[in-house]
Write a new protein. Structure first.
Length: 191
């Protein structure tokens, strides 16, 4: 590995962010930090955070920014994140992206790359159907899926322009099989 990797993996629900982030985490030996996974774990364990966020997640709405950003920064300050990290599902709007910029600056860190996974709507719909069958996520109900798609289009996708202007965005065709997509990412980030 040439440099300390600090990656953001972006893309619509169902495109394969979790699977690819997991692969990259294994390859580079750095933590995969998925805000959705952390929230779900807290809900399952009935922690105070879990109780606070469950109604947003059930509806497919965003958890308030201050709760989410504080949780992410707490995680990024853990010992295992000192050698790098992969953020999956964060930032999701302009406020969170500004929060992250501020945190990076304060901590003297820089993003390595922002990976945008891209696939045709049909492919994504099929992957969501597969996830519904295999994982049984309680927020994979039609209304919550529709809400997440709307929020992605309105609040998250515009962030790709911001990272493009910063020269960090790497758009990857995510329609191939898992291995092909991982290879394309590795090639794009030059590691
Ligand atoms: P995900 O597993 O990334 O699809 O996230 C599942 C749910 O967790 C989302 O629909 C939101 O309710 C919540 N969530 C995850 N990441 C964020 C975030 N960055 N900001 C706000 N809410 C989030």
């Amino acid at each position: 590995m040439k440099e300390k990797m600090r990656l953001i993996v972006m893309g619509p629900q169902g495109v394969g962010k979790g699977v690819q982030s997991e692969e990259l985490a294994r390859i580079y030996g750095i933590p995969h930090i998925s805000t959705g996974d952390i929230f779900r774990k807290n809900i399952a364990e009935k922690t105070d955070l879990g109780k606070r966020v469950s109604s947003y997640i059930e509806k497919g709405e965003l958890v308030p920014d201050e709760v989410t950003s504080a949780m992410v920064f707490e995680r990024l300050s853990q010992p295992d994140a000192q050698k790098g990290w992969i953020l999956d599902g964060y930032p999701r709007n302009a406020k969170q992206s500004a929060d992250l910029d501020e945190w990076l600056q304060k901590n003297g860190e820089e993003l390595s790359s922002v990976i945008l996974l891209d696939a045709d709507g049909d492919v994504i719909a099929q992957r969501i159907q597969k996830r519904i069958r295999e994982e049984g996520r309680s927020d994979d109900k039609p209304e919550a899926i529709a809400e997440r798609l709307a929020i992605y289009a309105r609040e998250t996708k515009p962030l790709t322009d911001y990272y493009l202007q910063k020269g960090l965005l790497k758009k990857i065709n995510a329609e191939g099989d898992v291995e092909q997509v991982t290879e394309a990412i590795q090639e794009a980030i030059g590691n």
